[in-house]
Design a protein around this ligand. Structure first.
Ligand code: ASC
Length: 150
């Protein structure tokens, strides 16, 4: 095979692969958002014991968790693409798309409150951290109440 032909085939293969990456299947969007939200629960949940005074405040752990959470909180939203409200085992309510501005606002609220939680952790401010944990939990709950099937 001529090398020019080989190059042409290689370029074509890369183009096909890129197209596949750019257009995930509906189930992959569901998996993306569920994975991000599961990780958010993983890093957030155990701090509840600290907020309740059942476990000691550990600055290093709080910083590690909230640093991860600030990054993770930006991720679920791109998985909520239109047409994925009835795919697989999703609990997404149709309101996510029919009231999309409200949904986006709820997500942005969680992101903003997590930034404040991370700031309290970085400052080693235990009292503020415990208070702000409750505020963040409230943003989780508010969005679940409105946009997640039980
Ligand atoms: C969590 C978790 C949620 C929220 C929610 C807050 O740790 O997994 O879904 O907090 O329970 O009300």
């Amino acid at each position: 095979m001529k090398s020019l032909t080989k190059i042409a085939i290689a370029v074509g293969a890369v183009a096909i692969a890129t197209t596949a990456l750019a257009q995930p299947r509906p189930e992959q969007f569901v998996k993306q958002r569920q994975s991000a939200l599961a990780l958010i629960g993983w890093y957030f949940g155990p701090m509840g014991a600290v907020a309740k005074g059942e476990a000691p405040f550990n600055k290093e752990d709080a910083v590690r968790r909230t640093t991860n959470l600030v990054a993770l909180s930006k991720m679920p939203w791109e998985g909520f693409v239109a047409g994925t409200d009835n795919v697989g085992n999703t609990k997404a309510k149709p309101e996510i798309w029919t009231q999309n501005a409200k949904f986006k606002e709820a997500g942005a609220k969680m992101e903003a409150e997590l930034v404040k939680l991370a700031a309290a952790a970085n400052a080693g401010n235990e009292a503020e951290f415990k208070k702000q944990f409750g505020v963040v939990g409230g943003t989780c709950k508010a969005c679940h109440d409105d946009f997640r099937k039980q």
